[in-house]
Ligand binder design. Sequence first.
Ligand code: NAD
Ligand code: WQD
Length: 339
Amino acid sequence: MQKILVTGGLGYIGSHTVVELQNTGFEVIIIDNLSNSSLDVIEGITNITKSSPVFVKLDLRFKKDVEQFFDQHNDIEGIIHFAASKSVGESIENPLLYYENNLNTLIYLLKECKKHRINNLIFSSSCTVYGEPDSLPITEDAPVKKAISPYGNTKQISEEIISDMCSVSELKSISLRYFNPIGAHSSAEIGELPIGVPQNLVPFITQTAVGLRDYLSIFGNDYPTPDGTCIRDYIHVVDLAKAHVVALQRLLINKMNIPLEIFNVGTGRGCSVLEIVNAFEKVTDQKLNYKIVDRRSGDVVAVYADIQKANEILGWKSERTMEEALSSAWKWEQKIRNL
Ligand code: NAD
Ligand code: WQD
């Protein structure tokens, strides 16, 4: 069995990816500092896959600890690097936290990759690198616009750092630019666990429906879109997790055309905020309290992926519907509130 290191593997996307990796036959070792996750996630993963991943509690900001980890684990064949801070708003308030956590950790990992000749790396990038697109759907060669937040900037810089390392070492990397991941595993054993007030749409909806929030604020209905609300490409987290497995397999069998390949990971379909709200009401058969409020600063009007490249080269496309994603998110929310 090939051993894969998953950093941030107890987080939202990481945990779903660990499940898919284990189900495909990979041996997984997780590093996480639990800054945005909990040890219970290991139980959830184990219940689904009937196999427990190895877990090492470690903060990747501590270089000595990272070095020690790699000195003790010399049989890692690939790394999927999820660990990062991900709140756009928090990054504007506290940029250094983001530059430190998202860039130093990557640099320390890359040093160890070079030292231990680990040449396969998957990086969690984001559609945020595109900013406000000039045309839709957005392809991977669309220009990367000046980032509107330090968070977005860390993703742009990370891709550049990886690219630079690919050209001077044996490193091969795939950068996956995720669109908007939503939903949970169908078993409701794992899902998204936002700390505090959720920033993202779907966890805010499920927390409102469960009674934790009075109402959902819809940020603006005067955008130049058919119903006036913003458009995004919402992808089921299980489909996203599966994209990591096929990308990893491509790296491991060395089928890369160039040392750094970049893929959009979305559904290719744009969906408005009101469409999400209406679909949620339909799949859960209940009314959702919401109010239209002012626009949220920094929101782009519309963004959705061109997924042809991932489809043709990775042989991957999303399979689950937005309704399935919303229904799984709702099942997960009810489970964690003991309903
Ligand atoms: P998450 O916060 O649920 O998971 C990240 C995990 O990394 C957490 O478990 C956290 O405890 C851990 N972590 C953070 N800093 C660490 C450190 N210094 N050392 C060790 N562990 C650390 O986030 P997620 O939604 O699963 O996102 C995973 C990755 O995907 C991130 O890189 C994020 O930027 C990227 N991404 C997320 C989205 C999204 O909407 N969720 C979209 C695009 C890209
Ligand atoms: C989706 C839509 C909001 C909350 C963010 C990051 C991006 C990426 C994915 C990491 C928007 C609207 C939201 C609410 C609302 N993450 N909304 N009321 O902003 O597309 O992307 O997560 O890389 O970098 O910016 O996602 O879920 O916050 O918002 O009306 O309470 O829902 O205006 O149109 P976003 P989101």
